[in-house]
Design a protein around this ligand. Structure first.
Ligand SMILES: [Zn+2]
Length: 328
Protein backbone atom coordinates (compact mmCIF):
# COMPACT_ATOMS: atom_id res chain seq x y z
CA UNK A 1 0.00 0.00 0.00
CA UNK A 2 1.27 3.46 -0.84
CA UNK A 3 2.30 5.28 2.37
CA UNK A 4 0.09 8.33 1.71
CA UNK A 5 -3.06 6.11 1.70
CA UNK A 6 -2.48 4.71 5.25
CA UNK A 7 -4.30 7.58 7.12
CA UNK A 8 -7.35 7.18 4.82
CA UNK A 9 -7.48 3.41 5.46
CA UNK A 10 -7.29 4.05 9.20
CA UNK A 11 -10.23 6.50 9.08
CA UNK A 12 -12.26 4.01 7.02
CA UNK A 13 -11.57 1.27 9.61
CA UNK A 14 -12.65 3.52 12.51
CA UNK A 15 -15.85 4.51 10.68
CA UNK A 16 -16.85 0.92 9.94
CA UNK A 17 -16.12 -0.13 13.56
CA UNK A 18 -18.28 2.65 14.97
CA UNK A 19 -21.14 1.76 12.61
CA UNK A 20 -21.03 -1.91 13.62
CA UNK A 21 -20.74 -1.07 17.32
CA UNK A 22 -23.79 1.17 17.15
CA UNK A 23 -26.16 -0.80 14.97
CA UNK A 24 -25.11 -4.34 14.43
CA UNK A 25 -24.22 -6.09 17.68
CA UNK A 26 -27.46 -5.30 19.59
CA UNK A 27 -30.35 -7.35 18.29
CA UNK A 28 -33.59 -5.41 18.44
CA UNK A 29 -36.89 -7.15 19.21
CA UNK A 30 -40.50 -6.22 19.89
CA UNK A 31 -41.91 -7.27 23.24
CA UNK A 32 -44.68 -9.77 22.45
CA UNK A 33 -47.02 -8.30 25.05
CA UNK A 34 -46.44 -4.57 24.82
CA UNK A 35 -45.25 -4.33 21.23
CA UNK A 36 -42.57 -1.95 22.48
CA UNK A 37 -39.20 -2.44 20.90
CA UNK A 38 -36.22 -2.90 23.13
CA UNK A 39 -32.57 -3.61 22.59
CA UNK A 40 -30.67 -6.26 24.47
CA UNK A 41 -27.17 -5.20 25.39
CA UNK A 42 -24.08 -7.30 25.69
CA UNK A 43 -24.70 -7.55 29.45
CA UNK A 44 -28.06 -9.24 28.93
CA UNK A 45 -30.01 -6.36 30.50
CA UNK A 46 -32.47 -4.11 28.78
CA UNK A 47 -31.87 -0.51 27.86
CA UNK A 48 -33.68 2.43 29.36
CA UNK A 49 -35.68 2.98 26.20
CA UNK A 50 -37.69 -0.12 27.03
CA UNK A 51 -40.39 -0.31 29.69
CA UNK A 52 -38.65 -3.45 30.91
CA UNK A 53 -35.45 -1.85 32.04
CA UNK A 54 -33.88 1.32 33.25
CA UNK A 55 -30.31 2.36 33.11
CA UNK A 56 -28.72 3.42 36.35
CA UNK A 57 -25.52 5.29 36.99
CA UNK A 58 -22.50 3.35 35.85
CA UNK A 59 -24.52 1.56 33.15
CA UNK A 60 -25.80 -1.14 35.54
CA UNK A 61 -28.98 -2.54 34.05
CA UNK A 62 -31.90 -3.45 36.28
CA UNK A 63 -34.75 -5.55 34.89
CA UNK A 64 -38.13 -3.97 35.61
CA UNK A 65 -39.77 -7.23 36.72
CA UNK A 66 -38.86 -10.87 37.35
CA UNK A 67 -38.73 -12.92 34.17
CA UNK A 68 -40.88 -15.80 35.47
CA UNK A 69 -44.20 -14.07 36.15
CA UNK A 70 -47.45 -15.90 35.37
CA UNK A 71 -49.28 -14.71 32.25
CA UNK A 72 -51.81 -12.77 34.33
CA UNK A 73 -49.18 -11.20 36.59
CA UNK A 74 -47.24 -10.21 33.49
CA UNK A 75 -50.37 -8.58 32.10
CA UNK A 76 -51.09 -6.80 35.40
CA UNK A 77 -47.54 -5.61 35.81
CA UNK A 78 -47.35 -4.32 32.22
CA UNK A 79 -50.54 -2.33 32.82
CA UNK A 80 -49.29 -0.99 36.16
CA UNK A 81 -46.00 0.14 34.60
CA UNK A 82 -47.83 1.80 31.70
CA UNK A 83 -50.39 3.47 33.92
CA UNK A 84 -48.14 4.71 36.72
CA UNK A 85 -44.76 6.06 35.61
CA UNK A 86 -43.79 6.40 39.30
CA UNK A 87 -43.33 2.62 39.50
CA UNK A 88 -39.66 1.89 38.91
CA UNK A 89 -39.78 -1.88 38.95
CA UNK A 90 -41.25 -5.03 40.48
CA UNK A 91 -39.12 -7.06 42.88
CA UNK A 92 -39.56 -10.47 44.48
CA UNK A 93 -38.63 -11.64 47.96
CA UNK A 94 -39.68 -14.62 50.07
CA UNK A 95 -43.03 -12.98 50.94
CA UNK A 96 -44.06 -12.11 47.40
CA UNK A 97 -43.87 -9.43 44.74
CA UNK A 98 -43.39 -5.75 45.52
CA UNK A 99 -43.79 -2.56 43.51
CA UNK A 100 -40.83 -0.24 44.01
CA UNK A 101 -41.81 3.41 43.58
CA UNK A 102 -39.71 6.45 42.71
CA UNK A 103 -40.44 7.83 46.21
CA UNK A 104 -38.67 4.81 47.72
CA UNK A 105 -41.97 3.27 48.86
CA UNK A 106 -42.39 -0.48 48.41
CA UNK A 107 -45.98 -1.61 47.92
CA UNK A 108 -47.00 -5.26 48.21
CA UNK A 109 -48.33 -6.52 44.87
CA UNK A 110 -49.26 -10.03 46.05
CA UNK A 111 -47.90 -13.30 47.42
CA UNK A 112 -45.67 -15.46 45.24
CA UNK A 113 -48.51 -17.90 44.78
CA UNK A 114 -51.84 -16.23 44.05
CA UNK A 115 -54.65 -17.23 46.43
CA UNK A 116 -58.28 -16.42 45.72
CA UNK A 117 -59.90 -14.52 48.59
CA UNK A 118 -62.75 -16.47 50.20
CA UNK A 119 -65.05 -13.48 50.47
CA UNK A 120 -65.46 -10.28 48.55
CA UNK A 121 -63.20 -7.78 50.25
CA UNK A 122 -62.98 -4.03 49.85
CA UNK A 123 -59.30 -3.69 50.70
CA UNK A 124 -56.76 -5.90 49.03
CA UNK A 125 -53.29 -6.20 47.61
CA UNK A 126 -52.69 -4.93 44.10
CA UNK A 127 -53.07 -8.31 42.37
CA UNK A 128 -56.50 -8.95 43.92
CA UNK A 129 -57.66 -5.44 43.05
CA UNK A 130 -57.10 -6.31 39.38
CA UNK A 131 -58.64 -9.78 39.47
CA UNK A 132 -62.22 -9.11 38.29
CA UNK A 133 -62.02 -7.90 34.70
CA UNK A 134 -63.76 -4.56 34.10
CA UNK A 135 -66.21 -4.70 31.13
CA UNK A 136 -65.67 -1.87 28.66
CA UNK A 137 -68.48 -0.07 26.85
CA UNK A 138 -70.76 -1.04 25.28
CA UNK A 139 -70.69 -4.11 27.57
CA UNK A 140 -73.13 -3.91 30.46
CA UNK A 141 -73.13 -7.48 31.79
CA UNK A 142 -75.30 -8.65 34.67
CA UNK A 143 -73.78 -7.81 38.06
CA UNK A 144 -74.32 -10.82 40.33
CA UNK A 145 -72.96 -10.82 43.87
CA UNK A 146 -69.15 -10.72 43.77
CA UNK A 147 -69.05 -8.81 40.49
CA UNK A 148 -67.74 -5.34 41.27
CA UNK A 149 -64.58 -4.76 39.19
CA UNK A 150 -62.50 -2.05 40.80
CA UNK A 151 -64.56 -1.76 43.98
CA UNK A 152 -61.85 -3.74 45.76
CA UNK A 153 -59.11 -1.18 46.21
CA UNK A 154 -55.40 -1.55 46.95
CA UNK A 155 -55.25 1.07 49.71
CA UNK A 156 -51.52 0.77 50.39
CA UNK A 157 -50.89 1.50 46.71
CA UNK A 158 -53.36 4.41 46.56
CA UNK A 159 -51.80 5.94 49.67
CA UNK A 160 -48.28 5.58 48.26
CA UNK A 161 -49.42 7.18 44.99
CA UNK A 162 -51.57 10.04 46.27
CA UNK A 163 -50.99 10.55 50.02
CA UNK A 164 -51.59 8.87 53.36
CA UNK A 165 -53.49 11.66 55.10
CA UNK A 166 -56.10 14.24 54.18
CA UNK A 167 -53.44 16.95 54.38
CA UNK A 168 -51.00 15.05 52.16
CA UNK A 169 -53.59 14.46 49.44
CA UNK A 170 -54.95 18.00 49.73
CA UNK A 171 -51.51 19.39 48.97
CA UNK A 172 -51.65 17.70 45.56
CA UNK A 173 -55.24 18.64 44.70
CA UNK A 174 -55.74 20.99 41.74
CA UNK A 175 -58.84 22.83 40.59
CA UNK A 176 -59.94 21.95 37.09
CA UNK A 177 -62.50 24.01 35.16
CA UNK A 178 -64.38 21.89 32.67
CA UNK A 179 -67.96 21.23 31.59
CA UNK A 180 -68.81 24.69 32.99
CA UNK A 181 -67.90 23.75 36.58
CA UNK A 182 -65.03 23.41 39.03
CA UNK A 183 -63.69 19.98 39.91
CA UNK A 184 -60.93 18.95 42.30
CA UNK A 185 -58.46 16.19 41.48
CA UNK A 186 -54.88 15.08 41.88
CA UNK A 187 -53.05 16.07 38.68
CA UNK A 188 -53.01 12.57 37.14
CA UNK A 189 -56.80 12.23 37.35
CA UNK A 190 -57.39 15.92 36.53
CA UNK A 191 -55.54 15.70 33.24
CA UNK A 192 -57.39 12.52 32.26
CA UNK A 193 -60.67 14.18 33.25
CA UNK A 194 -59.94 17.19 31.01
CA UNK A 195 -59.40 14.93 28.03
CA UNK A 196 -62.74 13.19 28.62
CA UNK A 197 -64.44 16.55 29.20
CA UNK A 198 -63.15 17.83 25.85
CA UNK A 199 -64.75 14.87 24.10
CA UNK A 200 -67.97 15.35 26.05
CA UNK A 201 -68.16 19.07 25.20
CA UNK A 202 -68.29 17.98 21.56
CA UNK A 203 -71.00 15.45 22.33
CA UNK A 204 -73.05 18.03 24.26
CA UNK A 205 -72.96 20.18 21.13
CA UNK A 206 -74.76 17.45 19.23
CA UNK A 207 -76.98 16.31 22.12
CA UNK A 208 -77.56 19.13 24.65
CA UNK A 209 -79.57 16.82 26.93
CA UNK A 210 -76.28 15.20 27.98
CA UNK A 211 -75.20 18.29 29.87
CA UNK A 212 -77.80 17.85 32.61
CA UNK A 213 -76.14 14.49 33.45
CA UNK A 214 -72.72 16.09 33.78
CA UNK A 215 -73.37 18.19 36.89
CA UNK A 216 -70.90 17.46 39.67
CA UNK A 217 -72.13 16.30 43.05
CA UNK A 218 -68.65 15.77 44.50
CA UNK A 219 -64.98 15.26 43.74
CA UNK A 220 -62.19 15.34 46.34
CA UNK A 221 -63.29 14.72 49.90
CA UNK A 222 -61.43 12.76 52.58
CA UNK A 223 -64.19 10.45 53.81
CA UNK A 224 -65.25 6.86 54.33
CA UNK A 225 -67.47 4.94 51.93
CA UNK A 226 -71.11 5.29 53.02
CA UNK A 227 -71.82 2.36 55.32
CA UNK A 228 -68.25 0.97 55.18
CA UNK A 229 -65.13 1.33 57.33
CA UNK A 230 -62.88 1.94 54.31
CA UNK A 231 -61.86 5.22 52.75
CA UNK A 232 -63.72 6.29 49.63
CA UNK A 233 -61.76 6.81 46.40
CA UNK A 234 -62.85 10.46 46.74
CA UNK A 235 -60.30 10.69 49.56
CA UNK A 236 -57.46 10.37 47.05
CA UNK A 237 -58.71 12.97 44.55
CA UNK A 238 -59.29 10.37 41.84
CA UNK A 239 -63.11 10.15 41.87
CA UNK A 240 -66.14 12.25 40.98
CA UNK A 241 -69.92 11.89 41.09
CA UNK A 242 -72.39 13.06 38.44
CA UNK A 243 -76.08 12.58 37.68
CA UNK A 244 -77.34 12.75 41.26
CA UNK A 245 -80.03 15.30 40.32
CA UNK A 246 -81.14 12.97 37.54
CA UNK A 247 -81.67 10.07 39.93
CA UNK A 248 -78.31 8.25 39.75
CA UNK A 249 -78.56 5.86 42.69
CA UNK A 250 -76.32 4.24 45.29
CA UNK A 251 -77.16 0.64 46.20
CA UNK A 252 -77.61 1.32 49.93
CA UNK A 253 -80.17 4.02 49.17
CA UNK A 254 -82.22 1.90 46.81
CA UNK A 255 -84.46 -1.13 47.35
CA UNK A 256 -83.50 -2.51 43.93
CA UNK A 257 -80.91 -5.29 43.74
CA UNK A 258 -80.01 -4.16 40.28
CA UNK A 259 -80.93 -0.73 38.98
CA UNK A 260 -82.35 0.10 35.54
CA UNK A 261 -79.79 2.90 35.12
CA UNK A 262 -77.05 0.27 35.12
CA UNK A 263 -78.29 -0.44 31.59
CA UNK A 264 -79.62 2.95 30.52
CA UNK A 265 -77.00 5.44 31.76
CA UNK A 266 -75.51 7.24 28.75
CA UNK A 267 -72.89 5.16 26.97
CA UNK A 268 -71.46 8.38 25.48
CA UNK A 269 -70.58 9.54 28.98
CA UNK A 270 -69.30 6.20 30.29
CA UNK A 271 -67.15 5.52 27.22
CA UNK A 272 -65.63 9.04 27.20
CA UNK A 273 -64.41 8.51 30.76
CA UNK A 274 -63.35 4.88 30.25
CA UNK A 275 -61.17 5.95 27.31
CA UNK A 276 -59.23 8.16 29.71
CA UNK A 277 -58.76 5.57 32.47
CA UNK A 278 -61.88 5.99 34.63
CA UNK A 279 -64.08 3.07 35.70
CA UNK A 280 -67.81 3.50 36.36
CA UNK A 281 -69.55 2.33 39.55
CA UNK A 282 -72.66 1.41 37.55
CA UNK A 283 -70.90 -1.84 36.60
CA UNK A 284 -70.80 -3.13 40.18
CA UNK A 285 -73.18 -5.41 42.07
CA UNK A 286 -73.11 -2.78 44.82
CA UNK A 287 -73.87 -0.16 42.19
CA UNK A 288 -72.90 3.47 42.56
CA UNK A 289 -74.36 4.96 39.41
CA UNK A 290 -73.05 8.49 39.96
CA UNK A 291 -69.46 7.37 40.67
CA UNK A 292 -66.42 7.40 38.37
CA UNK A 293 -62.89 6.63 39.54
CA UNK A 294 -59.44 6.92 37.92
CA UNK A 295 -58.05 3.37 37.75
CA UNK A 296 -56.13 3.28 34.45
CA UNK A 297 -54.55 -0.11 35.18
CA UNK A 298 -58.02 -1.72 35.06
CA UNK A 299 -58.90 -0.05 31.76
CA UNK A 300 -55.51 -1.11 30.36
CA UNK A 301 -56.12 -4.73 31.32
CA UNK A 302 -59.67 -4.68 29.91
CA UNK A 303 -58.44 -3.23 26.61
CA UNK A 304 -55.73 -5.83 26.26
CA UNK A 305 -58.18 -8.65 26.86
CA UNK A 306 -60.65 -7.15 24.41
CA UNK A 307 -58.13 -6.48 21.64
CA UNK A 308 -55.19 -8.84 22.08
CA UNK A 309 -52.00 -6.85 22.42
CA UNK A 310 -53.67 -3.42 22.60
CA UNK A 311 -51.74 -1.04 24.76
CA UNK A 312 -53.08 1.78 26.87
CA UNK A 313 -51.14 4.70 28.15
CA UNK A 314 -53.04 7.47 29.89
CA UNK A 315 -52.54 10.70 28.03
CA UNK A 316 -51.65 9.04 24.75
CA UNK A 317 -54.72 10.20 22.84
CA UNK A 318 -53.69 12.35 19.92
CA UNK A 319 -56.52 14.85 20.15
CA UNK A 320 -56.04 15.92 23.72
CA UNK A 321 -57.26 19.44 24.31
CA UNK A 322 -55.62 21.17 27.23
CA UNK A 323 -58.14 23.87 28.05
CA UNK A 324 -56.64 26.89 29.77
CA UNK A 325 -58.16 25.34 32.81
CA UNK A 326 -55.84 23.50 35.14
CA UNK A 327 -54.74 25.79 37.95
CA UNK A 328 -51.52 24.71 39.59
ZN1 LIG B 1 -68.41 8.69 44.27
Amino acid sequence: MKPHLIPYCFLLFVGVSLFCGTFLDKPSHADPLTGVRSMTTAGGGVRADSPKGRETAGMALVPRFPSDLSTEDQENVDCLLQSYPVILRVERDSTGLWLLLRSGDRVFYGPNVAVLPENAVLSSDVRDSMRVLYPLEPDRPATPEGFAPGRTRPYAFLMALYGRTAAAVKKRIRTVYALRQKWHFVPEAGEAFLRAAAELEGKCGKDPSLRSWLKSSGTFQWRRIAGEPHLSAHSFGIAFDIGLQKGAAYWRWSPLTSHPMQKTFSSDIVSAFEKQGFIWGGKWHEYDIMHFEYRPELICKALRRKNAGASFRPGSSADVVHEPAVHY
